[in-house]
Design a protein around this ligand. Structure first.
Ligand code: ZN
Length: 428
């Protein structure tokens, strides 16, 4: 039985203040947080973290891990050109081994920068799932489906999505759960989206989709179908499911109200949206309306890193800049997006903050760094001054994945070798 006791550790409470306590973890669950000394029993691992602050692990609620191999392949292009002329041709050359190499690279980066849970949408998802099981992260995975192909090929992809949910939902001691993921309404015909909504209903899993990412996408959809994408998605029945939409940059007040009314979670990906010049999602309006807004990096090909600290800092800054309102998306709201809101969207009620009964998905940052001094306002520093490079230690479900910046479950040299091999072919 795995048992850990953190001795007199500084940690961020669910109320957003720093406290000092002794914390016990048994079998991956936080079982005790107390001022009293915790008596150790044989088999306990006692850990003291001087000069460090324990935080809940970050939840990256939207990404495509294997695309890490395509980092920097094409910068400074709009979404449609970036996707069709650069990403898709390179992705057509991916083998299952390349998917694993990219997923391993992404997990190395996410662990090192404090992410313990991530959502992923991609092909060869069984390979990603196996990598997640091996590495020890928590992940919500889906076989992303692009339906720009024959009906026979579409049916084969639907079968793969079904098989993935059947085989992996709840796997790796519950660390892996599954979703169903039509890529977007502009890449999947309505009948295919309806089929996938049916699959999500049948398996009682959420649906994940890119939605209203660019103005061009919305305008094209109106021309083709006579309605805006969120209205269409609702009409197809997706709002009756647990639904997580990525981006929602170009949405109007009625669409935001419908998200709130139907419990649709929105994943905000501010840096990817900025880099692709897609725009800035109206997040203050969504928060005002009561929408559950969480945070994602999107892929390293459009970001270009997976550092959730940078993402949450951007989320806290960009809305102030465009609204001239310094109270827009305050620090605590950005932090909530990166942790508890992500856990809610991903249906992981025992993830996202440090409290008794929660999963021991925790990270430590070294607060001696000059940019985190003085320590008087650490909750503010976490949002406005910290970066992923401050992370020194990571546990997921009580298992240590990073120890003083050293990986415990990943052979770094092997990943670097595999990535080089894969890229030599894919990016040739
Ligand atoms: Zn995406």
């Amino acid at each position: 039985m795995s048992r850990i006791v953190f001795d007199r550790v500084s940690y961020l409470t669910p109320d957003g203040v720093i406290a000092v306590a002794n914390i016990r973890i048994v079998e991956g669950i936080i079982t005790e947080i107390t001022d009293e000394a915790i008596a150790c029993v044989p088999g306990d691992e006692r850990i003291s973290l001087p000069h460090k602050l324990l935080l809940p692990g970050l939840v990256n609620a939207h990404g495509h891990a294997p695309m890490s191999l395509l980092r920097g392949l094409k910068d400074d292009a709009p979404l449609a050109e970036w996707l069709q002329a650069h990403m898709w041709p390179a992705e057509a050359r991916y083998t299952a081994a390349d998917v694993r190499a990219g997923a391993m690279l992404a997990m190395m980066e996410m662990i090192a920068s404090g992410t313990t849970t991530f959502l992923d949408m991609y092909d060869h998802m069984d390979v990603v799932a196996q990598a997640v099981e091996d590495v020890g992260m928590r992940a919500v995975l889906s076989r992303g489906i692009i339906g720009l192909c024959s009906e026979v090929e579409q049916a084969a992809k639907v079968a793969q999505a079904q098989a993935f949910v059947r085989d992996w939902h709840g796997a790796a001691q519950g660390r892996i759960t599954a979703m169903v993921a039509p890529h977007a309404l502009y890449t999947c015909p309505p009948a295919l989206v309806e089929t996938l909504i049916g699959v999500a209903h049948a398996y009682r899993v959420p649906l994940h989709i890119h939605l209203s990412e660019t103005a061009h996408e919305v305008a094209q959809h109106v021309v083709q179908y006579g309605m805006r994408p969120p209205v269409h998605l609702q009409q197809l029945g997706a709002y009756d499911l647990s639904l997580v939409v990525a981006h929602a940059v170009h949405v109007d007040d009625a669409e935001i109200a419908a998200f709130a009314a139907h419990g649709v979670s929105v994943v905000h990906n501010p840096r990817s949206n900025l880099k692709l010049a897609s725009g800035v999602a109206p997040i203050p309006q969504m928060l005002q309306a009561g929408v559950n807004v969480c945070l994602g990096t999107d892929s390293a090909a459009s970001n270009n890193n997976l550092d959730m600290f940078q993402e949450l800092r951007t989320a806290a800054l960009v809305h102030k800049g465009i609204t001239y309102d310094p109270t827009a998306v305050p620090a605590h709201a950005a932090w909530h997006m990166a942790t508890r809101a992500g856990a809610q969207a991903l249906q992981l009620p025992h993830v996202g903050h440090i409290a008794v009964g929660m999963q021991a998905d925790v990270i430590a940052i070294d607060v001696r760094a000059p940019h985190l001094q003085p320590n008087a306002k650490l909750p503010s520093h976490i949002v406005y001054a910290a970066s992923g490079a401050d992370v020194t230690d990571v546990w997921t479900a009580g298992k240590r994945l990073l120890c003083n910046r050293e990986y415990t479950t990943i052979d770094e040299e092997r990943v670097r070798f595999d990535v080089a091999q894969a890229c030599a072919r894919i990016r040739a």
